[in-house]
Structure formats: C-alpha cells, structure tokens
Design a protein around this ligand. Structure first.
Ligand SMILES: CCCCCCCCCCCCCC(=O)SCCNC(=O)CCNC(=O)[C@H](O)C(C)(C)COP(=O)(O)OP(=O)(O)OC[C@H]1O[C@@H](n2cnc3c(N)ncnc32)[C@H](O)[C@@H]1OP(=O)(O)O
Length: 240
C-alpha cells in the first residue's frame, strides 16, 4: 500500500513537473488567454477517470457505471467553472450582475476542482433518485494532508459537504449548507479511496436533513459519520 502510494506520488510529481513546464511556457501569453480557457476546457467534465486514479477508484467507478446501465443510478457530471447541477437556480437567487462582471468571479472555480490531477480531490458522485441517496467515490491526494500520512479533517469535511450538497440539491434545487456535524472516528490514509454514502433523511418545508457515513473500499473501516442541514433558498430573501 505504502509502496503503491509512493509510486503514485512519484508519478504525480513527474506529471506536475511537466505541467509546470507547460505553465511556464504559456506565461508569456496574454492575460486574457491565460484566464479564459477554451470553451472545451470550461465545460470539461471532471468526474471521469484520469491517470492519477488508483486501481481501487477505477474499479469502483466501473462498478457504479454498470449500475447506471438500467437507469437506477446516474453519474453526476462535475465542471470546474460552473456549478454543474441546476446552476441556473443559483444564478437566479444569488448573483449580483456587478459581481459576475468583476475580475474575481471570472477566475472563480469549484474549490474541490482547483487542484492538478491527483494532488487534491479526485471524486465522482453517483445518484440513486428513487432511494434519495448518493455515493461519492473519493481519493484524497497529497496536497490534502493534515497529520503526516493522513487526510486533513477539513478536506474530509469539504468532501462531505459536496456529497451532501449534491444529495440535497437533487431534491431541493438551490440549497445552502446551514449545519454540518461530523464525527471523525478513524484517520483516513492519504491517497486512499473512501466511499461516502449520503442519504436524504427528511424534507421539512425548506429544510433538507441529510446523513452520511465514510467508509473504506472494503467497508470494514468506518472513518466518519455526519449529519447535515441544508436550506432551500428563498427567492424573496437576499443571500448577502
Ligand atoms: C444546486 C446546486 C448544486 C451543486 C452541486 C453540488 C456541487 C457543489 C456542492 C458544494 C456544496 C457547498 C455548499 C456550501 O459551501 S454552502 C456555503 C456555506 N453555507 C453558508 O454560507 C450558509 C450561510 N447561511 C445562510 O445563508 C442562511 O442562514 C441560510 C440560507 C442557510 C438560511 O437562511 P434563510 O433566511 O433562508 O432561512 P431561515 O433563517 O429563515 O431558516 C429557515 C429554517 O431553517 C432553520 N435553520 C436555519 N439555519 C439553521 C441552522 N444552522 N440550524 C438549525 N436550523 C436552522 C430555521 O430555524 C428555519 O426553521 P423554521 O423556523 O422554518 O422551522
């Protein structure tokens, strides 16, 4: 395990070196060209395998893709620059046109997709609409370290929030996290794959109650358990 992780890290560094070289080469390009990627890159779906994915992650991905064939499960796409699922809902509720045009927002990207392949959050979420649950397959890369050799608790919390957010948004549309409660039961080894099983437990007016557990691939280790409350945004209220 340690050897495969080290080999994985070595290939990641090599990949990174190549990318940094490429980045240096493009440093002379016009700022606008650097800021705005091509149309294709902007709409790229990041919830698909890349060379940094471990055997475990690929295997689980294939298993869930098979489950998608009869329509009971669906893979949720994930873009960097647009809030993938029901993003139009958010625009209606939130975005001040002045903010949209500003320099900062033009560079905005989903926090969990802001890392080079394999260094941060590698994940894909599958949804089962009838059962109101999602499964998130997550491999936490070397830039997410907390205690040496283990994933940072904040990275786990982030991933739980994303998994919950997706689960809640599918039923509630534009939602926001109001409360997260996490019990960290075992440390998650860096570069390992975990499975986050989330469930919509209750829908009460604008409140969506969700819960999840985070387990190892073989399901023997329970790493964390969490509950969350999401609130469906009220179009009559300003969010700022
Ligand atoms: C759709 C898109 C999906 C994207 C795909 C996923 C990919 C990305 C996923 C990324 C995911 C990242 C996600 C993120 O990072 S979201 C970013 C982190 N979250 C925030 O910044 C939220 C900040 N908070 C707020 O804006 C407001 O407080 C909200 C909008 C949440 C509610 O303000 P609003 O004015 O609208 O509602 P209300 O105050 O009338 O309350 C309504 C009801 O709710 C109850 N209540 C409220 N708060 C709490 C609480 N803490 N515990 C218990 N109960 C609470 C309240 O008592 C009331 O109950 P009742 O009296 O009716 O019974």
């Amino acid at each position: 395990m340690l050897r495969s992780c080290t080999a994985g890290l070595r290939s990641l560094w090599a990949l990174r070196g190549r990318r940094e070289g490429a980045a240096r080469l493009s440093a002379d390009l016009q700022p606008a060209r650097r800021l705005f990627s091509t149309e294709k890159a902007v709409h790229k779906d990041w919830a698909l395998p890349n060379p940094s994915w471990s055997k475990d992650l690929k295997l689980l991905f294939d298993q869930f893709m098979k489950k998608c064939e009869d329509g009971s499960w669906e893979r949720l796409p994930s873009c960097k620059h647009t809030c993938t699922y029901k993003s139009e809902d958010f625009k209606t509720y939130f975005l001040d046109p002045q903010l949209v045009e500003g320099e900062g927002l033009s560079q905005a990207q989903l926090f969990t997709r802001g890392f080079e392949d394999g260094l941060g959050f590698e994940y894909v979420i599958f949804n089962n609409n009838d059962e109101k649950r999602t499964v998130c397959l997550f491999q936490g890369g070397p830039y997410l370290q907390g205690i040496p050799g283990f994933l940072h608790g904040g990275a786990i919390a982030t991933m739980i929030d994303v998994a919950f957010g997706s689960c809640a948004a599918i039923s509630g549309g534009a939602v926001m996290t109001a409360n997260l409660n996490i019990n960290f039961k075992r440390p998650v080894p860096l570069c390992s794959v975990v499975v986050i099983h989330s469930q919509l437990d209750k829908l009460e007016g604008r409140k969506l109650f969700v819960s999840c557990n985070v387990r190892s691939v073989d399901e023997k280790t329970l790493y964390s358990e969490a509950t969350g409350l999401f609130i469906k945004l009220d179009p009559k209220k300003s969010s700022t």
